[in-house]
Design a protein around this ligand. Structure first.
Ligand SMILES: Nc1ncnc2c1ncn2[C@@H]1O[C@H](COP(=O)(O)OP(=O)(O)OP(=O)(O)O)[C@@H](O)[C@H]1O
Length: 289
């Protein structure tokens, strides 16, 4: 068993839970090796270097969603099971999978080794497990990430980012090609493509997404005023936003997104920008416990 740990996730909360995990494993005489990530992207390198080692039967990731995403990007297509103990701020994958917040309960569940096969999404040349989105909230993610005030003010910077981008964002014309069928939309604020339901710490942007149905769920927010969007925002936590007419919901296996402008994108919280974006579902890609 290898344990990959991001020591800074959740403002250092993984370092608080690691002694408990080690005590539990030592008590049961279960052998393990710990590896700590040292920089951004390191988890992908660790996963790539270790995925073919003959002595590994299981990896456990102790981190937030961002590091889990990095591990998956290095681990796929290995079929060695991945267990996950949440220690981040958002913990959206854990929310989806019903993984307990208590690290020992999460560990006990992993050790039962009830393996599930789950799908993952591909966006251009990267994989994601939860949600990729672009437009308004992609801009907010970029704003928050680049903000020097992030460490000082945490979630407040996010609120400030939402309000700022809400005032300056210009809705875009977007063409989607979903399983070879063309869909055109005017005044698009947001396109979210989901394998799991949640992102951003519990927002159910695509509340019908299932990670074992071989489909990506798409939610498009369009033709909406700034004030309407502000009112709609809190409803995303319960998934009730999809009942409103300015929300388009579609499913697909292969999705291409075109816009005249470069779209700012976030996938599992990782940010980048592009004009042409291709998505694909990879069915039953990973074994998870
Ligand atoms: N030792 C390290 N030093 C600096 N950054 C790191 C280190 N290890 C991993 N990272 C980076 O930290 C980022 C955030 O990590 P992670 O997602 O685990 O925690 P989080 O942000 O607290 O949680 P969440 O993603 O659930 O909000 C990742 O993008 C990863 O690349």
């Amino acid at each position: 068993m290898y344990i990959i740990i991001n020591p800074i996730s959740g403002k250092g909360s993984s370092l608080k839970i690691i002694p408990k995990i080690k005590e539990y494993l030592d008590g049961k005489k279960i052998k393990y090796k710990e590896i700590y990530t040292q920089y951004e992207g390191h988890a992908t390198e660790i996963a790539e270097q270790n995925k073919n080692k003959a002595d590994i039967g299981l990896i456990i990731v102790v981190s937030g969603d961002g590091t889990l995403n990095e591990v998956i990007n290095g681990w796929y297509p290995s079929q060695i099971p991945i267990g996950y103990i949440p220690s981040g701020t958002g913990n959206d994958y854990a929310r989806e999978m019903g993984i307990p917040k208590d690290p020992i309960l999460a560990l006990e569940r992993i050790l039962k080794k009830e393996v599930k096969k789950i799908d993952i999404g591909r966006i251009n040349d990267r994989y994601f497990i939860n949600v990729a989105s672009m437009g308004f909230d992609g801009e907010v993610a970029h704003f928050v990430n680049n903000s020097k005030l992030k460490r000082l003010f945490g979630k407040l910077v996010y609120v400030f980012g939402v309000l700022r981008i809400l005032l300056s964002y210009n809705p875009k014309q977007v063409k989607l090609v979903i399983d070879d069928k063309i869909h055109k939309y005017e005044r698009v604020w947001l396109v979210a493509v989901a394998n799991n339901r949640f992102y951003g710490g519990g927002m159910a942007i695509c509340p019908n997404a299932q990670n074992n149905d071989g489909q990506l769920d798409i939610c498009i927010i369009k033709d909406i005023t700034r004030l309407q969007l502000l009112r709609l925002f809190p409803l995303i936590f319960s998934g009730k936003h999809i009942e409103y007419p300015m929300i388009e919901k579609i499913n697909g296996k292969k999705i291409e997104v075109y816009t005249d402008d470069r779209f700012k994108i976030q996938a599992d919280g990782e940010i980048f920008a592009d004009m042409k974006i291709k998505f694909e579902i990879i069915k039953k890609a990973l074994n998870v416990v």
